[in-house]
Design a binder for this molecule. Structure first.
Ligand code: BGC
Length: 260
């Protein structure tokens, strides 16, 4: 393995892993430049996404990169002190599991586990669409669910679950996720009407200055961004499908960097 430290012994490279509803993706990231130092590797998320099944995939990713250094890993749920607290789009047996300990023990690598939208938010705020914005910035990721991260003066309030907001008697993520669009065969215009309703609720509560639209769907922003309406500015995420990997690595770099 390459030396993952800089001249001062601070960790420069971290394996970023993004656990999603359809794929588990990983790549080593230089946390100073936010660049991937090898091609991203993707393994399909096991249909039964239990702790054992997911951690086995993470072991395979570490083997793929012959990785022995620290890991930053996203998770599509509330994660507090390494412990998974919710499981909307992942096997329910995760609830109460210390995912950090599990992954560390299976891979032998020091691990930080964090909410997927929080990780994407970190990446966008440090290196992407939110860079330098000191106002109230809300990042939403549209994928299997709707993820959220809110930054005030660059500081994250972790584990917000704004996708749970109830709109027309349903959780927002049951109506306006990217999965809803594909599974219900919604036209972009119909889907964006639902997203606009969600953004309007968010605005009524938080009065953000900027919305960053992320998640897999952000790759196709030319199809729908012009249909989104809010008082705040709305911009697409810049790091696209690398935001989770980069954000997880950067967050782990901050946590583990100084004591390596
Ligand atoms: C989860 C969130 C997650 C989002 C995006 C939701 O179902 O509750 O924690 O950030 O999906 O994956």
């Amino acid at each position: 393995m390459k030396d993952a430290h800089n001249l001062y012994g601070i960790v420069m490279e971290i394996l970023g892993i993004d656990v999603g509803g359809s794929g588990i993706k990983g790549a080593p990231v230089n946390v100073e430049t936010a660049k991937l130092t090898a091609d991203r590797h993707r393994i399909v998320t096991p249909e039964i996404s239990t702790p054992d099944a997911i951690s086995e995939v993470i072991v395979k990713l570490t083997q793929h990169f012959a990785w022995q250094g620290p890991i930053g890993c996203t998770f599509p749920a509330v994660v507090k002190q390494g412990i998974v607290k919710t499981a909307a789009n992942i096997d329910k047996s995760w609830i109460g599991v210390n995912g950090e300990k599990l992954i560390s023990s299976k891979t032998g690598c020091q691990t930080l586990l964090l909410n997927d939208a929080d990780a994407a938010g970190f990446a966008e705020m440090e290196f992407g669409a939110g860079k330098g914005n000191n106002g109230i910035v809300i990042i939403h990721t549209f994928g299997t669910g709707i993820g959220s991260a809110i930054f005030v003066n660059g500081q994250l309030v972790p584990n917000t679950e704004f996708g749970r907001l109830e709109i027309r008697c349903k959780e927002a993520e049951q109506r306006a996720s990217a999965r809803n669009r594909t599974e219900e065969g919604l036209k972009w215009k119909t889907w964006t009407l639902r997203v606009n309703e969600f953004l309007a609720h968010m605005e009524a509560l938080f009065w953000p200055d900027l919305f960053i639209i992320g998640g897999g769907v952000s790759r196709k922003h030319d199809k729908f961004l012009h249909l989104l309406k809010a008082r705040a500015d709305i911009v697409p995420a810049q790091l696209l499908n690398q935001a989770g990997i980069i954000g997880a690595a950067v967050a782990a770099g901050k946590k583990f960097g100084s004591d390596e």
